[in-house]
Design a protein around this ligand. Structure first.
Ligand code: 5IU
Length: 272
């Protein structure tokens, strides 16, 4: 199977957010993103401080966390930002925006979460059409104080998902190609979504959820693959691991296992 260029060489001509991400991945030797799906804010910050050195990114679902007040939200996002600086990782709010452009602008900057202020990366469904990209992009490019990136959901890991139907993937890809200043990559099972119709896959980052070394799935259709398959075979760039790490007895030791497996698969597939 084909080799791919190194993260470092892709960083050279990348936009600001990918440059930062590829750079810190090489520096820390990690393509692991941990998905910290706890509901207790102090438990989240505690585990992030411990696994921070092992990861390139921390993925949140801000709306599952039990906050006692709006001030508690502010203090959580401030602490999360401090941890991202201490351990040099990016914050990815897995918001999966899915409305018309005008509405997602409010959801992205407003409400109680003010996502654009603290999340380096967020994601959106392509279902509403290109207006969701330009809507989020306007907030990103005009209001954020630091570089931001948007991932489009090209494929999902859950059984029976509709992303394989008809032209969905091709149209999602077209939206990304038309807006490379906003869309920095994809949630997908690998890089095929781009390589099957062009040679610009280096311009995007590919992130894959549904990674677990011990389990095959869960009771609600989650489907798991190994780091070696996702990075080595499918040529994704980042593995996203939730319960495999956060439910482990020793999350730091297990995070190191995923980091090592993901990095080894990356080194094997990469041209010198
Ligand atoms: N997630 C998926 N599959 C997807 C997308 C997101 O699992 O297609 I898009 C999220 C859901 C959860 C995390 O927050 O990634 C995976 O967690 P586990 O590793 O615990 O299954």
């Amino acid at each position: 199977s084909a080799q791919t260029r190194s993260y470092a060489s892709r960083a050279e001509k990348a936009n600001p957010i990918l440059k930062k991400l590829f750079g810190l991945m090489e520096e820390k030797k990690t393509n692991l993103c941990v998905s910290v799906d706890y509901t207790d804010p102090s438990k989240i910050l505690d585990i992030i401080d411990k696994v921070g050195p092992k990861v390139c990114m921390v993925k949140t679902h801000i709306d599952i966390i039990s906050f006692s007040s709006v001030d508690a939200i502010r203090s959580f996002t401030a602490s999360l930002t401090a941890l991202s600086q201490k351990h040099n990782f990016l914050i990815f709010e897995d918001r999966k925006f899915a409305d018309i452009g005008s509405t997602v602008q409010h959801q992205y900057r407003g409400g109680v979460y003010n996502i654009v202020e603290w999340a380096h990366i967020t994601n959106a469904h392509s279902f509403p059409g290109p207006g969701i990209v330009t809507g989020l992009g306007e907030v990103m490019l005009k209001e954020a104080k630091e570089p931001r990136g948007l991932l489009l959901l090209a494929e999902m890991s859950s059984a029976g998902n509709l992303s394989t139907e008809g032209a969905y993937r091709a149209k999602t890809l077209q939206m990304a190609r038309d807006h490379k200043d906003i869309v920095c990559g994809f949630i997908a099972m690998g890089n095929q979504i781009v390589t099957e119709s062009g040679d610009d896959s280096d311009d995007f980052i590919f992130m894959t959820p549904g990674v677990n070394l011990a389990d095959k799935g869960d009771a609600h259709g989650q489907q798991y693959q190994s780091p070696e398959f996702v990075i080595g075979e499918k040529k994704s760039d980042i593995i996203i691991v939730g319960r495999g790490i956060i439910k482990a007895e020793d999350p730091v030791a297990v995070a190191e296992k995923y980091r090592a497996a993901g990095w080894e698969a990356y080194e094997k597939r990469t041209v010198a």
